[in-house]
Design a protein around this ligand. Structure first.
Ligand code: GCB
Length: 591
């Protein structure tokens, strides 16, 4: 099958759900966060019968014995409680290393008025999710870091609804990411769950951004959904500027948007967001949108037409000041505030799309964002289903965040080994990303090669990117000799050094040659700065990483204890020496 055809078929394979609702913060909703019941099911007995066929009598029925002789071998009513959102690993000690299925159940009442529609929305669930409402299978979703939703208008009852969700985080070779990664495989309903109520015909999605390279041309579209979606007049308003313009939807409910407006442009110095209102007959949706342009020229990155250096830091979606995956607005505030303290104007949200609080807050705080999908290390490049899965995750990432001014680049992969299959796979994804969003830059963390005293950023994927990303660990995984190398690339494109760094146990002090000491890490940063300052096509840096994070690959007792220690801040929030060195280096770059 031609890869370009795949995007139209995606909804049939990776998410049997409704088209994704975007801008959920501004919609009428009710939260399903809080205490849920949970049953741990390592053998998936709640899903398969004893012949390994999908059972008709699974836990999704949420049954109770009908009389005293009836046999039902599970009970959600008697089951343990678990907090949603939240990974299961950090909520119960016995689940720290657990990889498999957990069933979740929430009961709720809901009075849905005639003519209204209701959707259940999941911010993310890791990794494979199957959702049931009142014993009806709504659908399935694959991918641990992107949102999905299902319409439940026809199934919801005024009282005692039972929402049952099977979440499975078993690692499989043909998944995205695959079996190998350097972060904790946190499972569960890791992000918020909400009920979203809409009118029969409503604004499902919109794309409203400055055209790439333009100062004043706003382009995009509005998508209506529902029986009255065709030939409808919609109005786009930016009240602060007295802007109001009408457009007509076509046969598919889509209206193309184009208007000229001289607006203040969004930037780290002036993260201006406008209230943008879309009105359609019977429905209205607002959003807070920033307008800026981002493009490249030769090896420069231009923000609103002017060259910019990206003073960045990598961040995992790991909660600051408590254990587990980050999911709250408060988490985003702490993480991005630390980035600000470092004098950053940029963050790399590694290695998958983070929760929406991060990108909303980055919009408000004026922090530019690199957002990526988890095509990490060894992917099954020849498997068509893997491609579909990757494309589906790319689509969901872009769909959710395409109106966020903070997001300036989409990354399609991290450190993937070069082969023709891999480059074809990823090149095709870059093409799809551009079709979905022509206003942003495309990047990836590439492979590189040493020849003599020169480091070459010559990965063939570079040809398809706007910005070259590259991870290097001079002084950590290799000796210090690499620091004297010079860097070259055959591409006339900007480079972001998307990772460098080394580990230190916060509070461990020794001389600079002693591994794991704060001094070793600080000295490594110093040597990095000297080398990096000599790369003439370098336009940004995102050292690895803001905070120590859990990783099953890091067992060294008393030092790592299953944490990757390359953070500039410990998991308890204490800053290491290297934090202050990076802060100074970036301060110099601001002058
Ligand atoms: C890398 C990976 C990152 C790891 C890091 C490390 O190159 O991209 O996910 O955590 O190295 O610490 O080794």
């Amino acid at each position: 099958m031609k890869r370009s055809l795949l995007i139209t078929l995606l909804s049939a394979s990776f998410a049997f759900g409704a088209d994704l609702l975007t801008n959920v913060d501004n919609r009428s909703s009710e939260s399903l966060n809080g205490s849920w019941r949970m049953i741990i099911d390592p053998f998936e007995s709640g899903f398969y019968d004893y012949r390994y066929n999908e059972s008709r009598w699974g836990y999704f029925r949420d049954a109770e014995p009908r009389d005293k002789s009836d046999l039902v071998e599970y009970s959600f009513d008697r089951a343990e409680l678990i907090s949603v959102p939240g990974d299961w690993n950090s909520q119960q000690e016995k689940l720290l290393f657990y990889e498999g299925t957990v069933w979740y159940r929430k009961t709720f009442d809901y009075q849905l008025d005639e003519g209204k529609r209701l959707f259940v929305y999941f911010g993310a669930a890791n990794y494979e999710t199957i959702v049931y409402l009142n014993d009806k299978k709504l659908g399935r979703h694959e991918g641990g870091f992107t949102p999905f939703c299902f319409e439940i208008t026809e199934h919801v009852k005024p009282k005692d609804n039972s929402l049952v969700v099977k979440v499975d985080n078993k690692r499989v070779e043909t998944a995205v990411p695959t079996v190998m990664s350097d972060w904790w495989n946190y499972g569960g309903l890791t992000r918020r769950v909400m009920l979203i109520e809409e009118n029969e015909t409503f604004i499902q999605d919109s794309f409203i951004q400055l055209k790439q390279g333009s100062r004043s041309k706003i382009e995009g579209w509005v998508q209506l959904e529902g029986s009255e979606k065709k030939q409808q007049q919609i109005e786009l308003k930016i009240p602060e500027e007295g802007i109001s313009k009408t457009f007509l939807t076509d046969e598919n409910g889509r209206a193309e948007i184009s208007l000229n407006a001289y607006l203040q442009r969004w930037s780290p110095q002036n993260p201006k967001l406008y209230n943008v209102i879309i009105e359609a007959p019977g429905s209205r949706l607002e959003n807070q949108i920033g307008f800026r342009s981002i493009e490249t020229k030769g090896d420069e990155i231009l923000l609103n037409g002017s060259p910019v250096y990206l003073r960045g830091i990598c961040i995992h979606e790991e909660a600051p000041l408590r254990e587990g995956r980050a999911f709250a607005k408060k988490d985003a505030e702490v993480l991005l505030e630390w980035a600000k303290q470092l004098n950053c104007n940029f963050v790399r949200l590694a290695h998958y799309p983070h929760n929406e609080y991060m990108t909303r807050l980055a919009d408000k705080m004026g922090i530019m964002v690199w957002s990526e999908i988890p095509l990490y290390w060894t992917i099954s490049w020849e498997n068509e289903k893997v491609y579909e899965n990757a494309l589906s995750q790319l689509d969901e990432m872009i769909t959710r965040d395409k109106n966020k001014a903070s997001v300036i680049m989409w990354s399609v992969a991290n450190e993937t080994p070069i082969s023709s299959e891999r480059t074809e796979f990823l090149a095709s994804l870059t093409e799809e990303a551009r079709k979905l969003d022509s206003t942003r830059l495309i990047t990836a963390a590439l492979e590189k090669h040493t020849r003599g005293s020169v480091m070459h950023v010559d990965d063939p994927l570079g040809e398809y990117l706007d910005v070259l990303g590259c991870n290097e660990y001079e002084g950590w995984y290799s000796g210090n000799s690499g620091f004297s190398r010079t860097w070259e690339t055959p591409y006339e494109k900007p480079l972001v050094m998307s990772e460098f760094g080394g580990g230190a146990l916060q509070g461990f002090h020794a001389d600079k040659r002693t591994r794991w000491s704060e001094q070793f890490q600080a000295n490594l940063y110093k040597m990095q700065f000297e080398m990096l300052d000599k790369i003439d096509f370098l336009r940004g840096t995102t050292p690895w990483i803001l905070q120590d994070f859990r990783s099953p690959r890091r067992p060294l007792a008393d030092i790592q204890d299953f944490y990757n220690r390359k953070g500039l801040i410990s998991e308890r929030g204490e800053k290491k020496k290297a934090f202050f060195l990076l802060q100074d280096w970036y301060e110099q770059k601001m002058k």
